[in-house]
Write a protein that binds this ligand. Structure first.
Ligand code: FE2
Length: 278
């Protein structure tokens, strides 16, 4: 079971940066050696939340043959996003884009951290209770929790000021439910991992530009010239859940290095790039 996660597409009227990022992300997924079973987009789908931006966002996803699930970020407009993508998943919480997805051996809990009028995120007692109830009803099912705002400080001071307001209450719920294998967020345009309440929490890089702190002056953020990237959450029997970072580098060649029986010698132009095989 492969869950591809990408984030912060920021489709914006009059700008092509987000469009190019989404097109590259979709093309990247389609050329992966194993097609993901499910795609998850963790918010800031559009920059301004307009109907035309959502129409473009949805149109750009149409080449994907697998189910695509989205949740809102602080830049999104909940109702317009819902109007565009329709009802998703199961057990939706009325009034929010918060729902469950059953993906083979995995259960995905898609959380809505949008607080209208604020760039900070919130889960509120109602959404936290839904999370508690969903976790309590399936304690033995390997679970991934997706949300836009990370529930921890990333050290990017400008983002930490617009973080998840009720992160402590959220963390207390996660700590009580050992089946949560991963908490995966977006928002910060950087890939960060840390231990979190008995599980592993990660943030997904953006499919646009990345934002890294100057670690000695965390008030500063630097638009990094790193490639955009997505995460691949891969579950395999006997191995468990692994999260791969998959950079979206145009155009990336797929080179077979092992055919299942033998190591193969890569083509000369690949060896010239320093890839020698085994
Ligand atoms: Fe955001």
């Amino acid at each position: 079971m492969i869950i591809a996660q990408f984030s912060d597409t920021h489709i914006k009227d009059g700008s092509e940066e987000g469009v190019a990022g989404m097109q590259a992300a979709v093309a990247h997924i389609l050329q992966l050696p194993a097609l993901p079973d499910v795609v998850v987009i963790t918010g800031d789908c559009t920059d301004g939340g307009t109907a035309t931006e959502y129409a473009r966002f949805w149109e750009l996803l149409q080449p994907l043959p697998m189910p695509v699930y989205v949740i809102p970020g602080n830049h999104d407009h909940r109702q317009r996003l819902h109007d565009t993508v329709g009802a998703q998943g199961r057990q939706p919480l009325p009034g929010f884009m918060q729902y469950t997805v059953e993906a083979g051996p995995l259960r995905l809990l898609m959380l809505d951290t949008l607080l209208p009028g604020s760039d900070a995120g919130e889960l509120c007692p109602q959404r936290l209770q839904w999370l508690e109830d969903r976790l309590a009803e399936a304690p033995d099912k390997t679970t991934l929790v997706f949300m836009h705002h990370p529930p921890f400080r990333t050290g990017q001071a400008p983002f930490d000021r617009i973080g998840l307001r009720d992160a402590a209450a959220f963390g207390a719920i996660i700590a009580r439910h050992a089946q949560v294998e991963r908490v995966a967020a977006g928002h910060v345009h950087a890939g960060v991992q840390r231990r979190f309440q008995g599980t592993v929490a990660v943030t997904c890089p953006s499919v646009m530009h990345q934002l890294l702190p100057d670690f000695r002056q965390p008030e500063r953020l630097i638009v990094a010239t790193e490639p955009p990237a997505m995460l691949l959450h891969v579950w395999q029997e006997g191995i468990g859940l692994l999260t791969y970072t998959s950079p979206i580098a145009p155009p990336s060649a797929i080179i077979e290095l092992h055919n299942g029986t033998d190591w193969l010698t890569p083509p000369r132009e690949v060896r010239a790039r320093g890839i020698q095989g085994q």
